[in-house]
Design a protein around this ligand. Structure first.
Ligand code: SF4
Length: 223
């Protein structure tokens, strides 16, 4: 079985996704080829025509890949729901990615900004924030593995909490992570808004002064 998790942020990534899935099937004609992700979400009609694909799944269906493979009956299977109608963060239940000393934690999905020329909101849907409890539980497990650094990631993490009715914001999440024993460093990925960076730094700095044990918050901005 091959799973190709596609990207659609540029036409180059579309092309690479197509090349990758064709290459996979060439390697093993008897394999089940599953194609998932953002490219599927925005270009279903185009991908439907590619013979090599056995199972085509949208972003909301990623959690159930194994179920689709188990019931696969040699006929092309297509399952795609409109991500725009998805109101809640879909819990994957595990750490996105861990390295020896740090773990990458996904805290939200989607974006509401609809910048000109950006396809991401159409592929990933509206802002859906992961519940603080779920994030903290995962980070506690990570801390038990002696991992001291967490990298918070998402599509637009400055929007974290925007979809919560109780006014929870990214700074509240940082405050909770700060309390997790064993975690010494928090990195923020994908915050591109300068004003927001300034605001969050100011608040985090205030924490550090009032709570000497506050771990260093390091923001690494990916361009
Ligand atoms: S904020 Fe980023 S992800 Fe959202 S629409 Fe703009 S460029 Fe795309």
């Amino acid at each position: 079985m091959y799973i190709v998790n596609t990207c659609t942020v540029t036409s180059i990534s579309d092309r690479k996704s197509r090349q990758m899935l064709r290459r996979a099937k060439q390697k093993n004609k008897d394999s089940i080829l599953v194609v998932v992700g953002c490219y599927v979400q925005v270009a279903k009609a185009e991908l439907e025509k590619i013979e090599e694909i056995d199972i085509l799944l949208g972003n909301n269906e990623k959690n159930d890949i194994l179920e689709y493979v188990k019931k696969f009956k040699k006929e092309k299977e297509i399952k795609l729901t409109d991500v725009m109608t998805q109101k809640e963060y879909l819990e994957f239940g595990t750490t996105t990615y861990t390295e020896k000393t740090r773990a990458v934690i996904k805290i939200q999905d989607g974006c509401d900004r609809f910048c000109t020329y950006c396809i991401i909101p159409y592929a990933r849907g509206r802002v859906r924030s992961r519940k603080i409890d779920e994030i903290i539980n995962e980070i506690k497990e990570i801390a038990k593995l002696n991992i001291k650094e967490v990298v918070l990631t998402g599509i637009h993490i400055a929007s974290y909490g925007k979809d919560f009715a109780d006014g929870t914001k990214l700074i509240d999440l940082l405050e909770e992570i700060n309390k997790v024993e064993g975690i010494e460093r928090i990195r923020l990925r994908f915050i591109r808004t300068k004003n927001y960076r300034r605001r969050i730094f100011k608040k985090a700095f205030h924490f550090r002064k009032s709570m000497p044990s506050f771990p260093s918050i390091i923001a690494k901005w990916m361009q």
